[in-house]
Structures are given as C-alpha cells and as structure tokens.
Design a protein around this ligand. Structure first.
Ligand code: SF4
Length: 349
C-alpha cells in the first residue's frame, strides 16, 4: 500500500512535549506524521483517533513489542533506571525503528520532543548526543524544543528544517511548555510523564517471573502479565480476572495451549494458565489452579459442596469437581517488587 508523503516523522508518545515538537514543525509549514510506538509497557493505540482530532496531527501506531522485548531480554547496554526502565536503550531502539519507517513516507528527518536537562540521565546533553550516534540518526534527527541549545543538526544545516523557528526550552519545569501550548491553542493538556509500566514497581514486578527464568518469552507473554491478578507456583503461571473487563480480555488472549478456568454454575472470575517451557501442568496443578480461581468467588466460598469448574485446553472443555483447599497444594504466590533482583538480568548492573 502506498503511504502518503511526509517531510518528517515525529516520535509521538502523546505527552505534551511530543505534541509541541510536532506543532513547532507544522508551524513552519512542514508535513509531519507522528509515529506512536506500542509495546506491552507503553503506548495507547486506542487514544490515537482522539489525539489526531484534538491536536490536528496525523498519527500512525507502530507495534514495537517484540523488538522491545528482545532488547530487554538481551540486556540493555546502558542498564536500567530506578525501576525496570531501560530508557537510554529504549530511545535508541525507537529512533532506529522510526528510521526504518522513513522511506515508506519519503520522510527526510526524524524529530523528538526531548528537552535538554528534563530528566536526570537520558536527557543530559552528552546522553542526547550519544543516543543520536548509537541510533545512527545523527544526520536526520532534530529536537525542535531544545534545538537552539544544541549544535545545529544536519537537517537544520541543509535547510530542511528552519533552525530560526526552533526553540531553546531547557530544564524540568513545564512553564514554557504550557505557554507554548496556549500559543498553539492546545486546551487539552496531557498529564506529565507516566504511562510507562516499566517505571512503576507495582506494574514492573509482574514481569520479573518472566524475566528471571532466562527463557525468551514473546511480547504476547508480557501483554498477558499486565492482566488480572498474577500467580506463580515455580514455573506455573496463572492469571485470574479481577473484574468483568479482565475476564473478557483474558478470554480474548487465550491461546490454544493455554488452560482456561471458569466456574460452571456460580459467578466468579475467569482464569488463564499459560504453560511455559519446563512447567508441569499435571492433574494436581490443574486442580490447584482451578481451586485458586474459585477461591475468588464469594458464592464459591459460601458453597458447602464440591464446586464444578470448566477447564478448557486445546479445543476441549471438561468438568472438574474441586474443593477450595486444593489451592494450597501448590505454593502460589503473587510477584513482589522485593523479589526483583536486577543484578540477575543481562544489563542489570
Ligand atoms: S520511561 Fe519507558 S518509554 Fe520512556 S524512555 Fe524509559 S523505557 Fe522508554
């Protein structure tokens, strides 16, 4: 399919800085496409249509899930930030991916909303330059918000982007950005930062059991780790819905080899067990997972007799009569941030 032509692509996270960087370029009369990367850890493809309307910026979602997971598993060269966020390697990767998409749009430059001195590590001047170099985008990258504080980029030198109309925003404050937003008539201001699950211990702890195993789980496993309550018993993994919307998502996520647990006659959660390499899903494990699932149903807890569960696996569904006590036959545990030991990960120094 032939793509429309654009002068450049901006890395569009949906944050204020990425909106402003795009607006600054549009104000020069440049045609700019915002590319929005989606991984299990960040990205909101369902917001795209809203942003497009609200900010009058053409947008395109790009799935970067597997490339990001591969980077995470191989070990980010620059290590992690405070939590499990490999920010420097993330920026390098997204720039490399964006560069790969340029030809399809005949784009001649890339732009980011980075602001000099905004974040401690990844937006220092020397780090910005190192990222540019590593991503091999030295000749094509422009940072419209801080460009006047940085050496002129090749894109500016060649006159593709007019440097005189770029800005000199610096530091952590948002005052200047809010003033610019007003100037561009932007009334819906997105909340600062946030949105990356790798920066939040409460979310990032969910990935640790997958990461520590030393296997190479696909991106879809990390999507599953975001859903419901997570339980692990050694290598056995069970995700239990907390509400109706979790139950629907889990049902939609189920692959043919997964086990799906449901109460037959009582209201309660749906749960999904994904058999990973090395995990023993024998009858004891299946019964224990079924019992744990049922234990989250208040009706099942009041029930005096055995509880009937439906267990689906590889296209077959069978009935299983269980007792809630069987949940204790396996040492089910929820992931805990205190268990996370980054030094065990490649790149986790
Ligand atoms: S916070 Fe998340 S999305 Fe942002 S640079 Fe770091 S790893 Fe990437």
């Amino acid at each position: 399919m032939a793509h429309e032509h654009y002068d450049g692509l901006t890395l569009f996270s949906g944050g204020l800085d990425s909106i402003l960087a795009t607006k600054v370029l549009q104000a020069q009369g440049l045609r700019v496409l915002g590319v929005h990367f989606v991984t299990p850890f960040f990205g909101a493809p369902d917001r795209l249509a809203h942003w497009q309307r609200t900010y009058d910026i053409p947008l395109q979602a790009i799935d970067a899930g597997q490339a990001f997971v591969d980077m995470l598993l191989a070990g980010p060269e620059s290590g992690f930030g405070k939590v499990l966020n490999p920010c420097v390697d993330c920026k390098i990767l997204l720039l490399q991916l964006a560069k790969q998409h340029m030809a399809a749009y005949s784009a001649r430059f890339l732009a980011t909303g980075e602001v000099l001195g905004q974040r401690p590590m990844s937006q220092r001047s020397d780090t910005l330059q190192a990222i540019r170099k590593k991503a091999d985008v030295e000749d094509i990258l422009v940072r419209p918000l801080s460009a006047q504080l940085l050496p002129p980029s090749a894109v500016e030198q060649q006159g593709i982007v007019n440097r005189e109309h770029l800005l000199s925003v610096r530091g952590r404050g948002r005052k200047e950005q809010l003033r610019l937003a007003e100037q561009f008539g932007i009334t819906e201001i997105p909340q600062p930062a946030g949105g990356c699950l790798l920066t939040e211990p409460e979310s990032a702890k969910r990935y640790w059991p997958l990461l520590k195993r030393g296997h190479t789980p696909p991106a879809s496993d990390f999507h599953l780790a975001n859903l419901g309550r997570q339980f692990w018993a050694d290598a056995r993994w069970l995700c239990v819905g907390r509400n109706q919307s979790d139950n629907i998502l889990l049902a939609e996520t189920a692959a043919v080899d997964d086990f799906v647990f449901k109460l037959k006659d009582l209201p309660g959660p749906l749960a999904l067990a994904r058999p990973l390499p090395g995990a023993q899903w024998d009858e004891t494990a299946i019964r224990s997972a079924a019992a744990l699932t049922a234990s989250f149903s208040s009706k099942a807890r009041q029930h005096k007799e055995d509880i009937l569960m439906l267990v689906s696996h590889q296209g077959h569904t069978r009935e299983l009569a269980i007792s809630l006590d069987w949940a204790q036959d396996l040492p089910w545990r929820e992931p805990d941030w205190d268990d996370v030991d980054k030094s065990r990960l490649p790149g986790g120094w």
